[in-house]
Write a protein that binds this ligand. Sequence first.
Ligand code: 5GP
Ligand code: ZN
Length: 113
Amino acid sequence: MSDCLFCKIVEGSIPSTKVYEDEHVLAFMDIMPLTKGHTLLIPKKHHENVYEMSSEEAGQLFSVAPKIAESLKASFQPAGLNLMNNNGASAGQSVFHFHLHFIPRYDQTDGFK
Ligand code: 5GP
Ligand code: ZN
């Protein structure tokens, strides 16, 4: 989609710090990290939200989640990890291309509630 920020990241016309990429998905660092290592995992194909994704596409995306989690664990040694996904403005979605947040947690000191 031409006016979608994350489609532009997929195309490479907007720069990002990529941490994982395959045929179907891309993971990159969040530009305004809630905690150290905050990462976003997206399908390369534009889908606004979970309602637009097929089970197969969701499966391709979620099958990569353990790999991203392991890589964050190795890089940042967090105490825990939140996986989060917002669907719709009312649910806090601000970029309307599906994304799964990986938010490493560092006990009570990370400032994220
Ligand atoms: P949402 O609020 O839609 O669930 O999350 C959108 C996320 O995208 C936010 O955490 C925000 O910081 C991140 N974000 C917004 N614009 C950019 C950008 O240009 N580059 C990157 N890497 N992340 C972005
Ligand atoms: Zn898009």
